[in-house]
Write a protein that binds this ligand. Sequence first.
Ligand code: PHE
Length: 328
Amino acid sequence: IKGKALEEAAGAAGPKELEGVRVRYLGRRGRVTEIMAGIRDVPPEERREYGQAANALKQELSERIESRKAEFESSAATGAVEDPTRPGEWRGLGREHPISRITGRITDIFRTLGFTVATGPDIETVYHNFDALNTPADHPSRDEQDTFYLENGDLLRCHTSPVQVRYMEAHPPPVRIIAPGRCYRRDTPDATHSANFHQVEGLYVDRDVTLADLKGTIAYFARELMGDDVEIRFRPHFFPFTEPSVEVDFTCHMCRGSGCRVCKQSGWIEIMGAGMVDPNVFEAVGFAQYDVTGFAFGMGIERIAMIMYGIEDIRLLYENDVRFLAQF
Ligand code: PHE
C-alpha cells in the first residue's frame, strides 16, 4: 500500500487529482486512517512496532502530498509550463524621470550650439556660492532662512551659478558651458516650491559677446524646446553677478499666450534669470586680464517640466508614484 500510495501522489496530474489521493489514503475513511485505527486489534506486544510503522507511513505520504501541492502552486504562480517555445513574459521597464528627460533635451539643444557640460559639487563654499559671484555680505539670500548651512560653514548651493566660478577658475576663455544640477533652498514646500530643485546654468565668455547674443541664443533655445511659435520677452531685473540682468519669459506652452491656469491668465511664464557677466565676477576668477565679455543664464527645470507637461503640483515630481511617472 505504501508504494502504491506514493506512486499515486507522484503521478497526480493536478491539484484536484492530488486531493483525491489524499482523501483516499489520509481522509477520515482513508486506507492509512483505517490502518492506524487497526492498532486496536493488534496484540499488545506487537503494538509498538505496528504503531511506529503506521505513523511513518502516514508521515511520508503527507509529506509527499504536501510537496507535490507546493509544486503545483509555484508553477501556477510563475506560469511555468513545459513549453520551451512559449514567449517570454514582459516585465514593465521603468521610464526616464521627466526632470532627467528635460535636462537631457536642454543639454542636447545647447550641445548643437557648441556648449559642453560642466558640473560642480552640491556642497559648496560660501566663496563659490556667494562671494565670487559679487553677492553683498548683507544680501538676503545669504540668510539662514533661505540657505542650508553645514556645521563646518559650507552650504548646499542655492543655485548652479558657482559652477561658473569653478569653471572659469580652471579654464581660460573662450568658455561655452552648461551646468545642470541640483539646488537647495530653505523654502516651505507647496505646489510651486520645493527645498530641492534643479537648474541648468549657462555661461558663454569670448571676445565681443553682447546682450544681443544672449537674446539670439535664448530665442533659438526657446524655439527648439517649445516649438517655432513660442515668443520670448526680456524684463529688466537684478542679479549681483550680472549687469545688466534680465528675467526671461516664454509665452505659455499650454495656451500659446492666450491665458490659462498654468500661466495664471497672463500668457507668459518666467523661465530663467540671465544677464551679462559682471566685471567683478571676472575679477574674482582671474578673467580681468582678458579682453572678453560674456553672458550667463540659469533656468529652473521643474518650472519647464510643469509647463510642458501641465503638471500643477511640483511635489508630484518627487513622490515617485509610478502611476504618475508612467505618463511621460
Ligand atoms: N542664479 C540665478 C538664480 O538662481 C539665475 C541666474 C543665473 C541669473 C545666471 C543670471 C545669470 O535665480
